[in-house]
Design a protein around this ligand. Structure first.
Ligand SMILES: N[C@@H](CCC(=O)N[C@@H](CS)C(=O)NCC(=O)O)C(=O)O
Length: 223
């Protein structure tokens, strides 16, 4: 039996969604974040030494890293429309976007989360302007420009293709949902990114996405 070790409000939501799209049976083991630090509880480190989510167990297999889990599940499902055929331009696009999601898109979004936290943390009054000044400078000079560069590229690609890999919905769209939901929450998807906003509306309307929310529990990303 496939078991998804699912941390609330986290990347593991994508694994539940993929499983619903594939129609594979699975169990969900839910974990709550620490209320103060938002970190994963120690029980997750008992499942996998990295102590992060998602983790997938399948008999003797214990696998971390969302992209690896996605590839594992696609292999396990056999022929599926969620991964384009090898040797096609769509397959190369699929591979690119699958890796881009965690390899590039998430980095500045994680930095935005950290610097927003620093900016809003309770500090002595004399330290507050210094902390805010540093946070704002890093956000404006490095973090936001990188997020905007990524969003502009994704927007342009969706102007040319219905989905990220091409004409068909694929697991690459599932991988990109998390950085795009994170960007919508942390920097907002303004009028420069109409296709990205529309992409989020389209994925949220998918029955499998809705079913995954029911299995995983409430889903709200940290600002
Ligand atoms: N690149 C990894 C990132 C894993 C990761 O950072 N997961 C977050 C959930 S969004 C986590 O477990 N955070 C809690 C913690 O670090 O304690 C993946 O895609 O699986």
């Amino acid at each position: 039996m496939l078991i998804v070790h699912h941390l609330e409000n986290s990347r593991s939501q994508r694994v539940l969604w993929l499983l619903e799209e594939l129609g594979l049976p699975y169990e969900v083991k839910r974990y709550a974040r620490d209320r103060k630090t938002s970190l994963a509880p120690p029980e997750l480190a008992a499942v996998h030494p990295l102590g992060k989510s998602p983790v997938l167990s399948d008999g003797n297999v214990v696998l971390a890293e969302t992209g690896a889990i996605v590839e594992y599940l696609l292999d396990r499902a056999g022929g599926t429309a969620l991964r384009p055929a090898p040797g096609t331009p769509e397959r190369l696009r699929f591979t690119f976007w699958l890796h881009f999601a965690e390899g590039s898109a998430m980095t500045p979004l994680l930095l935005a989360l950290i610097f927003n936290k620093i900016r809003n943390s309770p500090l002595p009054f004399f330290a507050r302007p210094i902390a805010r000044g540093i946070a704002d400078r890093v956000m404006n000079s490095f973090v936001k420009p990188n997020i905007e560069r990524h969003l502009a590229y994704m927007e342009a690609e969706l102007q040319a293709h219905a989905w990220f890999a091409g004409a068909q919905f694929s697991a690459a769209d599932i991988m990109l949902s998390f950085p795009l939901e994170g960007a919508a929450m942390r920097v907002g998807l303004d009028a420069r990114y109409p296709r990205l906003g529309e992409f989020l509306a389209r994925i949220h309307a998918r029955p499998a996405y809705q079913r995954a929310l029911e299995r995983g529990g409430p889903f709200a990303l940290m600002a």
